[in-house]
Design a protein around this ligand. Structure first.
Ligand SMILES: [Zn+2]
Length: 141
């Protein structure tokens, strides 16, 4: 199983659109943009609603349960910082609460062979430093 404790990963840099997402993650809350005009939840954050082009968007907490939408197994280390984790699963998760909203992460606490399309997963929070906590996923319990 991948040893993520020895991986020093690149740290995401929040911007004006993603800062509320990262601020919530730091509190171990998964928060997505909801369009105040049509109610659509979307991720990643955009300046406008991808459904109605509305610009009144607010972040709100959502339940961190979903299913693996796609995955890839990383066998090589283009970035040597990930060497202790190889091979590992990079997954795309579609949240049950937000169909169409796709989050990228890793499948933690499971062998990479457990990554399968459609498998239920739940969010876990991996603190990277005092500013950034990364939403990640494990198999749903
Ligand atoms: Zn909308």
């Amino acid at each position: 199983m991948s040893d993520w404790s020895k991986v020093t990963r690149p740290i995401p840099v929040p911007n004006e659109w993603t800062k509320p997402f990262w601020d919530a993650a730091k509190q171990e809350v998964l928060a997505l943009q909801r369009c105040q005009s049509c109610g659509h939840l979307q991720h990643p954050p955009y300046p406008t609603c991808t459904q109605c082009m509305g610009i009144d968007l607010k972040f709100e907490p959502v339940e961190g349960k979903g299913k693996i939408y796609a995955y890839t197994i990383m066998y090589h280390t283009g970035d040597k910082r990930f060497a202790p984790a190889v091979p590992y699963a990079s997954i795309i998760v579609e949240l049950d609460a937000a169909p169409g909203a796709l989050l990228a992460g890793n499948l933690l606490d499971a062998p990479y062979t457990e990554a399968k399309v459609g498998r239920p997963v739940e969010v876990v929070f991996q603190k990277l430093n005092d500013d950034i906590t990364l939403p990640q996923f494990r198999l749903a319990r």
